[in-house]
Design a protein around this ligand. Structure first.
Ligand code: NAP
Ligand code: HSE
Length: 430
C-alpha cells in the first residue's frame, strides 16, 4: 500500500524532505519496503519559487490536507508554537499520523501533544527535533531502554557549534560566523533562539524527558548562551589547552536532577572538544551500557530530512503507533524537582580587568578565598597600554553559587573595571 504524505512548511527542512520524497522514491522503497507519496505541501506563499517541487502540490489551505483521505502522514516543518500546535491537533483530529522536527513546540507542549496522539490511537514522530541526523530519540526510546540513565551531555546546536568552531580556531568573528551559519540553513528563523541557548534548552527538555521519564518545561532550565562570549576568553582558553563548546547537560543526583545549558571549556583532548562545525554529539551514561556517544550532522536541510523520513517510515509501518501505545516515556511522565545550578560543583575560568598595582591580586584572591574557592592557576597578562591588565584565574571545583557570590563581590571592587568573564570548565570523567 502507498503511504500518502503531506508537509506543513517548505523551508530549509521541508524543501529537503520534499526533494528526497520526490527524487529518491525507488531508493526509499528498496530500503524500507514502503512506497511514500508526497501529496501536498502547505506553505504561506504558493507563488514563491520552490525548486523541484511541482506547483500542483502546493496549497495554503490546511483543510485540503485534512479532508484528503489519501494522506496518512502529516509532517510539521513550520517551527515555533503557533500555528504549528493547532495544525498538529487538527491533523490528529483528522485521523492523520504526525511527524515534527519542532523542538520548541515539543519542549513547551510535548506531553499534551503526545497524550492527544495516544488517545487518538495515533503517533508523533520527532527524531529530527534533536541532533539533526543523529538517531538519538531512537537510542533513548529503544536501544538504551533497559538503562537507568545517569547523565547526558550534548552539543545539540549546530549553529552555535559552527560559530564556536570558527571562533576557537581564531578564523572568524562571532558576527561573521553567525552569518555563515544562517547562509548554510543551520540557524532557526530567529537565530536568537540558537545563540541565546534556548534551542539547546528545548532539545535538552525533549531528551531529558526520554532519558529520565520527566516532564520539564524548558523555561525551568538554567540557560546561558554564546551571545555574550568574547574572543579574548576563547583565546586565553586556547592558550591553556581548552576549547569552548555550548553544552546541554542533564545529570541525576540523589537530591534531584540538574538541567542546564551553558558554554564550557573542555580540554582539547576531550571527545566533545573535537566535535566541530555544524556537527552535534550526545554523550549518554547508562547504568548497564556505561558511556555511549552519538555523533553526526546536527543541522541543515538534508541531514535533518533523513531523520524526518525515518519517522515517516515508522509512521507508515505502524512502529511509531506501537511505541505510542506502550511507552510511558512519551505519555506518562512524572513532574521532576530540578536541582538549582548554584549547588553544582565545577571548575571555573574567570577573567577580570584588574588595576596593575601592588596588592590588587591579593584583594581579588582574598574574595575568592573567603567564598571557599580554591585556585588552581592564576595568570596576569602583561599590560601593553593603560593601567588595567587581564587577570585569568582557574579555580578548583567550587560550588556554582559560591562563584556567583565571589564574582559579584569582585565586580564591586574599586580595583576591577567592568564585569568578570566566567566560563565553567568540564573535566573528563569529573
Ligand atoms: P524555515 O526555513 O523557516 O521554513 C519554515 C516554513 O514554514 C516555510 O516554508 C514557510 O512558508 C512555512 N510557514 C511559516 N509559517 C507558516 C504558516 N503560518 N502556514 C503555512 N506555512 C508556514 O524553517 P526550517 O529551518 O525548515 O525549520 C523547520 C522546523 O524544523 C523548525 O521547527 C526547526 O526548528 C526544525 N529544524 C530545523 C533544522 C535546520 O537545520 N534548519 C534542523 C532540525 C530541526 P513560506 O516558504 O511560504 O515562507
Ligand atoms: N537551529 C538548529 C541548530 C537546527 O542550529 O542546531 C537544528 O535543530
Amino acid at each position: 500500500m502507498k503511504t500518502g504524505v503531506a508537509l506543513l512548511g517548505c523551508g530549509t527542512v521541508g524543501a529537503a524532505v520534499a526533494q528526497m520524497l520526490l527524487n529518491e522514491k525507488e531508493h526509499l522503497l528498496r530500503r524500507t519496503g514502503q512506497s511514500l507519496e508526497l501529496r501536498r505541501v502547505l506553505v504561506r506563499d504558493i507563488h514563491k519559487r520552490r525548486d523541484g517541487i511541482p506547483k500542483s502540490l502546493l496549497t495554503a489551505a490546511p483543510a485540503d490536507i485534512w479532508r484528503d483521505e489519501s494522506i496518512h502522514v502529516v509532517v510539521e516543518l513550520i517551527g515555533g508554537l503557533e500555528p504549528a500546535q493547532s495544525l498538529i491537533f487538527e491533523a490528529l483530529a483528522a485521523g492523520k499520523r504526525v511527524v515534527t522536527a519542532n523542538k520548541h513546540l515539543l519542549a513547551t507542549h510535548g506531553t499534551k501533544i503526545f497524550q492527544a496522539a495516544a488517545r487518538a490511537g495515533s503517533c508523533v514522530g520527532f527524531e529530527a527535533s534533536c541532533g539533526g541526523a543523529i538517531p538519538i530519540v531512537m537510542a533513548l526510546t529503544r536501544g538504551l531502554i533497559a538503562n537507568d540513565i545517569d547523565r547526558l551531555i550534548g552539543i545539540v546546536n549546530g549553529t552555535c557549534n559552527y560559530i564556536l568552531t570558527q571562533m576557537n580556531a581564531g578564523n572568524q568573528t562571532y558576527v561573521q560566523a553567525l552569518a555563515g551559519a544562517q547562509a548554510a540553513g543551520f540557524a532557526e528563523a530567529d537565530p536568537a533562539m540558537d545563540v541565546s541557548g534556548m534551542d539547546s534548552a528545548h532539545k535538552l527538555a525533549v531528551l531529558a524527558a526520554l532519558a529520565f521519564g520527566i516532564d520539564v518545561p524548558a523555561e525551568k532550565i538554567d540557560v546561558t548562551g554564546i551571545d555574550s562570549l568574547q574572543d579574548t576568553d576563547l583565546r586565553y582558553g586556547r592558550e591553556l589547552g581548552y576549547a569552548c563548546k555550548l553544552l546541554a547537560i542533564a545529570e541525576k543526583f540523589q537530591n534531584g536532577i540538574s538541567l542546564r545549558v551553558h558554554p564550557a571549556f573542555l580540554p582539547v583532548r576531550h571527545l566533545l572538544a573535537n566535535v566541530n562545525g555544524s556537527f552535534n554529539a550526545i554523550d549518554v551514561y547508562g547504568h548497564a551500557s556505561g558511556q555511549t556517544i552519538y555523533y553526526g550532522r546536527g543541522a541543515g536541510g538534508r541531514p535533518t530530512a533523513g531523520a524526518v523520513i525515518a519517522d515517516i517510515v515508522d509512521a507508515a509501518t505502524g512502529t511509531a503507533e506501537l511505541l505510542f501505545r506502550h511507552s510511558p516515556l512519551l505519555t506518562r511522565r512524572r513532574k521532576a524537582t530540578l536541582l538549582p545550578t548554584r549547588k553544582i560543583l565545577c571548575r571555573q575560568y574567570l577573567r577580570m580587568n584588574a588595576l596593575d598595582r601592588p596588592g590588587v591580586m591579593h584583594r581579588i584572591t582574598g574574595v575568592l578565598g573567603r567564598n571557599g574557592i580554591s585556585l588552581a592557576a592564576v595568570a596576569q597578562h602583561e599590560s601593553r597600554a593603560g593601567d588595567y591588565v587581564p587577570l585569568v584565574v582557574m579555580t578548583h571545583a567550587a560550588r556554582d553559587g559560591a562563584v556567583d557570590r565571589a564574582v559579584a563581590q569582585i565586580d564591586r571592587l574599586a580595583c576591577v573595571r567592568g564585569r568578570t568573564a566566567r566560563i565553567r570548565v568540564m573535566d573528563p570523567g569529573a
